[in-house]
Design a protein around this ligand. Structure first.
Ligand code: ADP
Ligand code: MG
Ligand code: ZN
Length: 617
């Protein structure tokens, strides 16, 4: 229950109690019998009345025996006149002592209007509560200048142990932990503790996690704020929030201020892109001012994270600000396995589950993707009514994360299934035969996401460099589906459209960015300026002539035609194997690596590097 409604209930109880007390008070008060004026007159005539107290219109009549009656008269009319009008003589009237009393206003008022008043006050207060509740959101706006930075102090128990891999990053950050824990050691030798640490890396590579782990390791308060939270509806709010955040942090020093997604405010100023947001500039300026303003040895360390370091304002990167920069890469095979292990804690898995195999299949996955896989696998197991997660669920989870959920309802016609089977078999066989292609791990004609089928091929190890021949073979493999359709059916479906797009993009990069074509020479064509708008590159600076553009186009086309030729010849040669694969696919819907290699022979991983070193020599 919210405290507010609790208060309300207490309040209502109090009102009820008061009401009971008041009515009780009234009940206990012995009420004198009310008599009419005529009856009073009769009693005076009989000389029974001793005295009458007059309180405005109310008469309290006391008999000589001490009995009290009450009577009412018309207001404004004096009692003596009234009695005379009823025919009493002045002698008769003088036998009665008439005392005119002041009305005890308080009591009387309370008696008459008390209950109403309480009701009214209660009503007003209830109304006021309701109003306040309704204005809850607006009230928050009243505190808009204050930072909503959440301080995670006691709850934060993330440490470096919870971060798998990222060895170099952790090493760098250990230094920061040291600054926070033993600042004296550094100050004594005259060292300036760095103020800012910028974590850079693709989404999901563990930037936020690492920042939190630093605070956890040093056991200092952690002020977490997202860049977008600074930018709100009122101009100037961001700047004032920054001020407030730093004021809070200075009080809590040593501590960490973490500005997540700093690119939301820290974009290069004055580019005009994204609306030339005044508010953002003010906020950024304020961050810069605050970072300059505090003493480096005050114990406040500002950490920030971004996945777009290229768009950050250079002022942020100047020495004395975020001069420590740490890059987080996508995890390597070993790191992927370690991340899977961390996220496997607390999940019951079957004994034969091989996380290494899963790590092998997840090239290019971020830490967040991997944690997602572990979770999806657990969900799948639960949906299958199992208590323990099996390897198959992990493998299924990978495909689900990579390509989207299976679309069982998306039923292909027999013809479509057949074409899809040949198309995928084409990819697979070309990928298998050409020496520089990645190994085929799975072929499937179960529709998933937007794909009717898919061939999963993965590199044997994490690559950091790519050879030209690798690209050439990859182009052939990508066009393998297209080639198979053409070779076998003599026609092409729209199913190959995506392949063509991918192949064209690769061929273009080969020519214009990597200098990998003889004809176009060792240079780049076009400056791809990092001007990203709504996630799309909108600008390419052409630094070559129209004639060159035509030449590039023809070279790109030649690369693709060559690749298609290669693919076709492989498919022609391997027609028998293709038929076997297709038959198996139509029957079983998917083929795993082992079954595939039983048909076509083991993957030839040999020669790859040897050939390449010879090429280099
Ligand atoms: P970022 O801030 O870089 O986008 P996060 O730090 O939010 O990414 O990471 C998202 C999630 O991914 C984390 O909560 C964690 O579960 C998982 N994760 C990412 N990297 C790692 C890692 N190196 N070790 C363990 N878990 C990781
Ligand atoms: Mg993050
Ligand atoms: Zn394809």
């Amino acid at each position: 229950m919210k405290p507010l409604s609790k208060n309300l209930i207490i309040f209502i109880l109090v009102i009820i109690a008061l009401g009971i007390i008041f009515s009780g008070y009234k009940m206990q008060d012995p009420k004198p019998e009310v008599i009419a004026i005529s009856s009073l007159v009769e009693r005076i005539e009989a000389d029974e009345i001793d005295r009458i107290e007059v309180r405005e219109d109310t008469l309290s009549v006391f008999t000589r025996e001490g009995v009290e009656f009450s009577a009412k008269k018309e207001s404004g009319e004096p009692l003596a006149e009234l009695l005379t009008n009823y025919g009493l003589t002045s002698e008769q009237i003088t036998t009665v002592k008439i005392e005119v009393k002041d009305v005890s206003t308080a009591v009387n008022l309370m008696r008459s209007v008390g209950p109403t008043l309480i009701f009214l006050v209660g009503f007003v207060i209830v109304f006021w509560f309701l109003l306040r509740q309704m204005q809850g959101t607006n009230n928050r706006a009243m505190a808009f200048g204050q930072s909503q930075a959440r301080e995670h102090n006691k709850k934060n128990n993330v440490t470096f142990k919870d971060v798998a891999g990222s060895v170099e990053a952790k090493e760098e950050l250990t230094e920061i932990v040291d600054f926070l824990k033993h600042p004296k050691k550094f100050i004594e030798v005259g060292a300036k503790i760095p103020k800012g640490v910028l974590l850079m890396g693709l989404p999901g590579t563990g930037k936020t996690l690492l920042a939190r782990a630093v605070a956890g390791e040093a056991s200092v308060p952690f002020f977490h704020m997202s860049g977008s939270e600074f930018v709100e509806m009122f101009v100037g709010v961001g700047a004032s929030r920054v001020r407030d955040l730093f004021a809070k942090a200075k009080k809590a020093a040593p501590c960490i201020v973490f500005v997540d997604e700093i690119d939301a405010v820290g974009r290069q100023r004055g580019t005009g892109l994204g609306g030339g947001h005044d508010e953002r500039e003010q906020t950024l300026n304020q961050i810069l001012v605050e970072m300059d303003g505090f003493d480096p040895n005050s114990g406040v360390i500002v950490m920030a994270a971004t996945n777009r370091p290229d768009v950050l304002d250079p002022a942020l990167l100047r020495p004395g600000r975020f001069d420590r920069r740490i890059t987080l890469d996508l995890p390597s095979l070993k790191d992927r396995q370690a991340i899977l292990e961390i996220h496997g804690i607390g999940k019951p898995v079957e004994e034969d589950v091989d996380l290494k195999r899963i790590a092998e299949r997840t090239v290019g996955f971020s830490g967040a993707d991997l944690s997602n896989i572990m979770n999806e696998a657990a969900i799948l197991a639960a949906r299958h009514g199992k208590k323990i997660i099996a390897q198959t669920e992990f493998l299924e989870a990978i495909e689900k994360v990579m390509l989207g959920p299976e679309r069982k309802s998306h039923v292909l016609s027999d013809d479509e299934r057949k074409i899809t089977a040949y198309h995928e078999a084409g990819h697979a066989i070309v990928g298998h035969v050409l020496p520089h292609c990645d190994d085929v791990h799975k072929i499937s004609i179960i529709p998933r996401g937007r794909a009717a089928g898919y061939t999963m091929s993965l590199p044997a190890d994490d690559k950091k460099m790519y050879f030209r021949q690798g690209f050439i073979d990859e182009l052939a493999m990508i066009l393998g589906g297209y080639a198979a359709e053409k070779e076998i059916f003599g026609d092409i479906t729209t199913g190959a459209a995506n392949d063509l797009k991918k192949a064209t993009a690769i061929a273009k990069s080969l020519v214009t960015q990597y200098g990998m074509s003889e004809e176009m020479g060792p240079r780049t064509y076009g400056e791809h300026e990092e001007m990203i708008f709504l996630g799309k590159e909108i600008h390419e600076n052409r630094d070559y002539s129209e004639v060159t553009a035509q030449k590039i186009d023809s070279v790109v086309l030649a690369l693709l035609t060559d690749a298609l030729k290669t693919a076709k010849s492989v498919i022609h040669e391997q027609r028998n194997n293709i038929e076997i694969i297709v038959a198996k696919l139509l029957e079983e819907e998917s083929i795993e690596k082992e079954a595939f290699e039983k048909i076509v022979g083991p993957a030839k991983k040999v020669a790859k590097l040897i050939i390449k070193t010879e090429e280099i020599v």
